[in-house]
Design a protein around this ligand. Sequence first.
Ligand code: ZN
Ligand code: ZN
Length: 104
Amino acid sequence: MSDSCILCQAPLKYLESPKMMRCEICGRSFEGHAVCENGHYVCDECHASPAEGVVRSVVLASTSKNPLEIAEQIMASSFVHMHGPEHHFIVGASLLCAYSNTYG
Ligand SMILES: [Zn+2]
Ligand SMILES: [Zn+2]
């Protein structure tokens, strides 16, 4: 299973070395390493923004004391993309949520 473009759903191609590309959503240029078959590049920030909302709503609603369970609940959302940069803050959010649900 591979990731797909959030704009056109075409499969993503991973480049061997990063190159400067212009984000289709915000128009800023970044060094990227993945582009879809139709040439769309979406920067990490734009790629992650719907996922940030998912992380926020899951951790605010969760009463779980198990960080793995919380992370899996977040990753089950279709806004959280396989290999997406959002995984970097899912770890921290899940651990903090479990800590807060355990110790208050
Ligand atoms: Zn595309
Ligand atoms: Zn962008």
